[in-house]
Every structure is written in structure tokens, then in C-alpha cells.
Design a protein around this ligand. Structure first.
Ligand SMILES: Cc1ncc(COP(=O)(O)O)c(C=O)c1O
Length: 371
């Protein structure tokens, strides 16, 4: 029995009819770039997140970039974030002309360690971007408290956390803005590239809508230098269909995580993910930690069980960010976890039988001593 890392087909099959109908409607109305289907999804997604506004854009990377630009972040500014993320978080900061400043993560949630934030603040700091890694939100209360005290903006990178909660509040709804990616493999994934920014700040929403559309609020009346960062109509229509299923898919992921936990708890040498007391985790990624991860991944692949690594190199050690002059040892928690993470297959459609097989094979491999 093969266990793929991801099975988008298994998710698509039951909604094939709804998707075809949604795409047909866009074709019939030729509403391809932005337009009514994107506007409809924006309204639904804002409601889902518990925010007043949502603006659709072309990707999660653009969501972060447009949010930063909308808040006026630019050259000379510093933005505090974590190295334990996908490079896009840092890229968006760099593409505004600002400088990413990293702080280490918490050893159990792998999210921004709030105690590390204040010492990293300088007169140039303008914003903080906590990343809700793997589907679990960062500890937002202390982060918001520091931000309010030091007059900094907070942008949540909720690209991996659609539907996740912090003390009952939705991902994206706590900071000044929340950014989402709808990359196909995400908990809410488009059938192409897409992203969105949610906020309660009407002025910011207006500015971001202009920035994503060449700086215009009215066609050809460009009052800002913007960009083409619009969402496609087809993606908006598809996302509207898929949003209705998201709560059930997230519950499926939570159920599967509970099965993994039951089967893997207490296995020597394996650290399973922990749901923080404040959190509702939506398990975008189910990352365990093992010391000898290359051996485990290769042995599981040999049994047709496929894993991922998110992410093998923390951002501060990537060649792209050499110029920031961080080195090995700069962020010990992020570095150690990055060396040990193994992402096990995780999606709502994963069967109990498949999880059982992953756990059985995994246990057999990690309990065999390396010679
Ligand atoms: C934490 C994080 N931030 C940003 C992004 C960028 O999103 P996208 O791939 O839609 O540009 C991703 C997605 O890969 C992500 O996981």
C-alpha cells in the first residue's frame, strides 16, 4: 500500500462536479482577472477569518509583500521574523527594500519565541511577522503586547494556518493584517497560485486593493505605484467551493494527527508535534523530529511511504541571505529542529490503515540500531 506525502486527487474527486460548475460559471461570464468571483470569495473568506476585509492576490508571497507595502514598510526599515519558515516570508520583506531580522523559535511549537522579540528591536524596527508554522499559531498575546508597547505593526503569516485558532481567535484576525497562501497543497488550496490578506483596518484594505491593481481605485486613475498582484477569477470561484469544505478537512487532519499521536507516543527517539494549550492546530504539516532523519526518510521511501522536510535549511543559513551575516549557531533552536524535522503524510483523506502502516514501518526503522 503506497502512502503518498500528499494526495490532491483524493481531495478533488468528491468535489469534481462542484468545481466544474464553478469554473463553467467563470467562463460563461468571462470574469477572469479579479471580478465578481474574487469579490464573492473575499467576502466569504473575511467572514471565515472573523475579519472585516479580505483582499485576494496572486500568491501568499504577494500577500505578505502587499501587506508590508500597505503598512508603509520600505528601505531602511527592519522587520522581525523567524528563520524557521519558507523563504517567502523573508523575501517579501526584502522586496519592500527592508531588512529581515530573525529571532529564534520556541522549542515545542517551533513558532516565534516572544521572549526573543524585544531584544531584537532597534529604532529601525517597523513590524513583526510571526509565522503560524505547520498549522499552529504563534503565541500572539505577548507578541501583540510588545508590538503595541513599541508601536510596531504585526503581520501574521498564516499561509499554513487556514482555520487555526489562538484562544478562540482565528488565524489572521489578531495582527494588523493576516496573510494567506492558497498554494495547491495548503489546507485551503487553489488550483493554481493565489493568496489573500485579511484585516479590520479599512484604510489599509483600501491601500492594499490599490497596490495589487497598479495603484488604481478607478480604472486608469493611478494614484500609487502598484503592481499586478490580482487573483484570477477562476481561482476565486474554486476557493469559494473549497472554503465550504475546509472545516471538515481541518477536522480530518486533526483526527489523523490524533491517530499518529496515539500510535507514535512514547516511541524512543521520535518527538511528535504538540498542540499548545492556547491553540487549535490544523496540521498543515505533521512534522515529527528524529535524530537520523535521512536514514528514516530513505527507509520509508523504500516501503513506498513518502515524506517531506519543512524546511531543511533555516532561512538565515540559505545562500540567498548570506549578506545578513548570520552563521551557524545564530538560532540554535531553529537550526536543531531544521536538522531533525520529517513531515509525515498528512491530509484529511489519509485512511486509518495508511496511518497505521506509516507508524508501524516508522517504529520498525527507528528501533533498529544503526551499525
Ligand atoms: C509560511 C509561508 N509563507 C509564505 C508562503 C508563500 O506562499 P505562496 O507559495 O503562495 O507564494 C508559504 C507557502 O509556501 C508559506 O508556507
Amino acid at each position: 500500500m503506497k502512502v503518498p506525502y500528499l494526495d490532491l486527487k483524493a481531495q478533488y474527486e468528491p468535489i469534481r462536479g462542484e468545481i466544474a460548475e464553478a469554473i463553467q460559471q467563470v467562463l460563461d461570464r468571462t470574469a477572469f482577472a479579479g471580478g465578481p468571483f474574487v469579490a464573492k470569495f473575499e467576502k466569504e473568506f473575511a467572514e471565515f477569518c472573523g475579519t472585516q476585509f479580505a483582499a485576494g492576490v496572486g500568491s501568499g508571497t504577494e500577500a505578505l509583500w502587499v501587506a508590508l507595502l500597505g503598512l508603509g514598510i520600505g528601505p531602511g526599515d527592519e522587520v522581525i521574523t523567524v528563520p524557521d519558515t519558507f523563504i517567502a516570508t523573508a523575501e517579501a520583506i526584502s522586496y519592500c527594500g527592508a531588512k529581515p531580522v530573525f529571532v529564534d523559535v520556541d522549542p515545542t511549537t517551533y513558532n516565534m519565541d516572544p521572549s526573543k522579540v524585544e531584544p531584537a528591536i532597534t529604532p529601525k524596527t517597523k513590524a513583526i511577522i510571526p509565522v503560524h508554522l505547520f498549522g499552529q499559531m504563534a503565541d500572539m498575546d505577548p507578541i501583540m503586547e510588545i508590538a503595541r508597547k513599541r508601536k510596531l505593526f504585526v503581520i501574521e503569516d498564516a499561509s499554513q494556518a487556514h482555520g487555526a485558532e489562538y484562544k478562540g481567535k482565528n488565524a489572521g484576525s489578531i495582527g494588523d493584517a493576516g496573510c494567506f497562501s492558497f498554494y495547491p497543497g495548503k489546507n485551503l488550496g487553489a488550483y493554481g497560485e493565489a493568496g489573500a490578506i485579511v484585516t479590520d483596518n479599512e484604510e489599509l484594505d483600501k491601500t492594499m486593493r490599490m497596490l495589487r491593481d497598479h495603484g488604481q481605485a478607478k480604472k486608469y486613475f493611478h494614484s500609487l505605484i502598484g503592481w499586478n498582484a490580482r487573483m484570477d477569477g477562476i481561482q476565486g470561484a474554486i476557493l469559494s467551493v473549497k472554503l465550504k469544505h475546509l472545516p471538515a478537512w481541518n477536522e480530518g487532519r486533526r483526527r489523523n494527527a490524533a491517530i499518529y499521536e496515539e500510535l507514535l507516543k512514547g516511541v524512543k527517539g521520535v518527538t511528535t508535534p504538540k498542540e499548545a494549550g492556547y491553540a487549535k492546530h490544523v496540521y498543515h504539516i505533521y512534522a515529527i523530529r528524529v535524530a537520523d532523519r535521512d536514514r528514516l526518510i530513505a527507509a520509508l521511501a523504500g516501503k513506498d511511504i513518502h515524506c517531506g522536510i519543512h524546511y531543511p535549511i533555516p532561512v538565515h543559513l540559505l545562500d540567498a541571505y548570506k549578506s545578513l551575516n548570520y552563521g551557524k549557531g545564530s538560532f540554535p533552536v531553529a537550526e536543531k529542529s531544521a536538522a531533525e524535522f520529517v513531515s509525515l503524510p498528512m491530509y484529511a483523506e489519509l485512511t486509518g490503515e495508511q496511518i497505521d502502516r506509516v507508524a508501524t514501518e516508522l517504529k520498525a526503522i527507528v528501533t533498529v540500531p544503526v551499525n
